[in-house]
Design a protein around this ligand. Structure first.
Ligand code: SF4
Ligand code: SF4
Length: 382
């Protein structure tokens, strides 16, 4: 089982409601990053390149629950960093489930066996284990031997206790279609769903040479899907998103569909890079200049086909045009013939780089907080 049936039904009802209410921008999945600290250091990661004072920061349980309640998305994905490092992760998940939100806890699974006692199996909770491929491939992708075996032990332990487990795989340049197909066979036989996405070229990632451009992404997925015909792979994403990855849909991203909240605030414009922060979700929606982002508009978006930009687009398209999805379900994903026209890049504005500015501001704020706390302690002691 990839996702519980009632999750799909509830997400479908939610999407329909947004359409009937005429909402243009609505959240589908909140990307909640309660910390950036991780116990791995993958070359394709754009989330961990911060100084220690920032890596040591955590969102509190109250901040996490307030963010989910304010945003209102029916599902919350908790990536990071590594969320299982957060001491209060059990409370965060419990609180989100009490709000009747579906929770996808994304983890590299190194701590999964040890921390399973913090959670209870629930139709609202599923673990999403970072697994990029089979043993050799995955250990290479995360730059550490033995991680695949430990992740597998974590997956089996969680399944044995009755948890729903999926895996999320990020695809980089040089991944052979045959290897990816073998990994998808393995996941099917293991009984876990797979959420797959091309890696976004994070400006802070150390392995810049590994990222795919859009053309290569589409060619790779066409080959993979051709190999998968009749294999009943357990892919978790919508058919329209997969069709987009195979180059058959010309979608524009809808980053407000998967808004990101982390220790800095609500991240503008999307989960993948930061050019500002809002204090509230409302402020994020109302003050982000959405039209200045997306492929063809902004250099940093040129090669993006990531799920957090386009899965919400595909979901919206499925509700707006159900016949398109039904036809696709019957026909299957096309793996030959002309692709949908690519978005022209000649009018995109050049990238600006503001990461250091945000880091400096956050460090200054932390210093101020520390000074204020020290002052309070002093007055209490007098
Ligand atoms: S496990 Fe995830 S968060 Fe940690 S370094 Fe790797 S990609 Fe980044
Ligand atoms: S294309 Fe959209 S989702 Fe992708 S990086 Fe740009 S704004 Fe973010």
């Amino acid at each position: 089982m990839v996702l519980p049936f009632f999750l799909e039904r509830r997400m479908g009802a939610y999407l329909l409601k947004q359409k009937l209410l005429g909402r243009k921008r609505y959240p589908l999945v909140l990307m909640l990053e309660p910390l950036f600290r991780c116990n791995l250091s993958c070359p394709g990661c754009g989330k961990i390149d911060y100084p220690d004072p920032i890596l040591n920061r955590r969102m509190s349980v109250a901040e996490c629950l307030e963010a989910a309640a304010e945003c209102g998305a029916p599902m919350v994905a908790i990536p990071g960093g590594e969320p299982l490092i957060h001491r209060e992760i059990g409370e965060i998940v419990k609180g989100l489930i009490a709000q009747k939100r579906f929770v996808s806890l994304c983890t590299n699974a190194l701590l999964l066996e040890k921390r399973l006692h913090l959670f209870e199996p629930s139709p609202y909770l599923f673990f999403s284990v970072h697994l990029d491929g089979l043993k050799e491939h995955h250990d290479n992708a995360v730059s550490q031997d033995g991680v695949f075996d430990r992740a597998l032990r974590g997956i089996l332990a969680a399944k044995a206790k009755g948890f729903t487990v999926n895996v999320n795989a990020t695809v980089f340049d040089g991944y052979k279609a045959e290897d990816l197909a073998r990994f998808l066979d393995f996941a099917r036989d293991l009984g876990v769903g797979v959420f797959i996405s091309p890696g976004y070229a994070y400006e802070r990632a150390s392995g810049q040479e590994h990222f795919l451009n859009r053309r290569k992404t589409k060619e790779l997925f066409r080959k993979v899907f051709a190999l998968g015909k009749g294999k009943r792979w357990t892919l978790g994403q919508s058919q329209l998103f997969l069709d987009f990855m195979a180059g058959n849909q010309q979608f524009h991203c809808t980053p407000w569909g998967m808004p990101a909240r982390n220790i800095f605030g609500w991240q503008k414009p999307c989960y993948l890079f930061a050019e500002g922060y809002a204090k509230t979700y409302k402020e994020l929606i109302e003050t982000t200049d959405w039209d200045s982002y997306g492929t063809g508009r902004y250099e940093k978006c040129a090669d993006c086909m990531a799920h957090c930009g386009y899965e919400a687009t595909a979901a919206d398209a499925a509700i707006s045009n159900p016949f398109k999805s039904i036809a696709l379900a019957f026909r299957g994903i096309r793996t030959e013939g002309p692709m949908a026209p690519e978005i022209a890049l000649d009018k995109q504005r050049p990238a600006t780089f503001v990461h250091s500015l945000h880091v400096e501001r956050e460090l200054a704020r932390l210093k101020q907080e520390e000074a204020a706390e020290a002052g309070q302690r002093l007055s209490a002691a007098e």
